[in-house]
Design a protein around this ligand. Structure first.
Ligand code: NAD
Length: 314
């Protein structure tokens, strides 16, 4: 199950109609993503208008889908719908499930070389037989709107300007929107994936937090999470974090996304067990998810503008 897309799909739509940026839940405030994501999308919409005025075409995003995984088809459609609603051009290139890595790599290469395409992303998960380490180097960094390429990871690590992976970048904006400044605070991250945990650590460190990074081999997880004034949980374990893991008055960002047997969407945090203890928590659904898709659109816009600027300067 491509969890990132599940999050984006369900969390984005489920918070439709939320009129309050902050909602009290006992003593805990909920950090809704939808109003913040809407700000990002509105800015992108305005930038598209000006881009079209300048370049006589909208930015163009191409999604590469290998196979016919039903969930991936739905997530790809969601990206298309948001992109089209903003006025972007979007197409999905579908390859058969048995396409070889060489064929997919050649396809990506032809998209890299196509001057009419601004952003490319490869829909995950890919079928067995693909090496993630290889795949993340296929897209030209200038068009890599997921920002998974080692060039972006390295630049981010060094604090240099870079495309930023959508989920961690969205979390930083969520914190900023609600006035939660990481500078000087202890931030604990549960998870060290290349998509969420590691770039999250770089972003928080760059924002002057004191960062503790936990992972599967961390001993006594609760000891480290209780240190946190800002706790980011991206472990992929439903309900991993409860009242024994949190510091009173802290901020908890729940990145996890899971569908329960009865069809409910839940996070990595047992929210009902920490409400009243922490000051802020991002709900699932409706917290981080909307930010992820908004930042995908923002990265596509950034890629289009940067590329056109570079082309006109060369
Ligand atoms: P992943 O499986 O690649 O990484 C999980 C990380 O958590 C690993 O580094 C692992 O070491 C760590 N971990 C697992 N169990 C742990 C434990 N008990 N104690 C400490 N560390 C533990 O997952 P990912 O891609 O980073 O995603 C994490 C979660 O976030 C998933 O539920 C995914 O669906 C969700 N997600 C949501 C969004 C969104 O937009 N809301 C985006 C991306 C991912």
């Amino acid at each position: 199950m491509p969890r990132l897309e599940l999050a984006a799909l369900f969390e984005y739509s489920s918070s439709e109609g939320c009129h309050l940026c902050l909602e009290w839940s006992e003593m805990t405030k909920l950090l809704y993503g939808k109003p913040v994501a809407d700000q990002v999308l509105n800015q992108v919409r305005a930038r598209i208008l000006s881009f079209v005025g300048q370049h006589y075409r909208p930015p163009r995003l191409t999604v590469v889908l290998v196979g016919e995984d039903p969930a991936s088809i739905i997530y790809t459609r969601r990206k298309r719908d948001v992109a089209l609603s903003l006025g972007m051009e979007q197409e999905t290139m579908t390859l058969p499930a048995n396409a070889s890595p060489t064929l997919v790599q050649e396809t990506i290469q032809s998209l890299n070389e196509n001057p009419h395409i601004d952003g490319i992303l490869i829909q995950r998960p890919l079928p067995k037989g693909f090496s993630e380490e290889d795949v993340l180097q296929w897209i030209d960094p200038a068009k890599d709107v997921d920002a998974f390429h080692p060039v972006h990871a390295g630049r981010l690590f060094l604090g240099l300007p870079a495309f930023r992976p959508c989920t961690p970048a969205g979390i930083m904006m969520l914190l900023d929107h609600y006035g939660i400044n990481p500078a000087g605070r202890v931030a604990t991250i549960v998870g060290r994936s290349s998509i969420v945990g590691k770039p999250m650590a770089s972003l928080l460190l760059n924002a002057n937090a004191t960062v503790i990074q936990c992972h599967r081999q961390t001993k006594n997880l609760a000891q480290h999470t209780r240190e946190a004034q800002i706790l980011i949980v991206a472990a992929g374990h439903a309900g991993l974090i409860d009242e024994s893991h949190v510091r009173q008055g802290s901020t908890v960002i729940d990145v996890g996304i899971h569908r329960t047997a009865d069809g409910k969407i839940v996070g990595d945090v047992a929210r009902d067990r920490i409400e009243g203890l922490v000051q802020y928590i991002s709900p699932v659904p409706g917290g981080v998810g909307p930010m992820t898709i908004a930042f995908l659109m923002k990265n596509t816009m950034d890629a289009a503008e940067l590329r056109m600027t570079q082309l006109s300067g060369s």
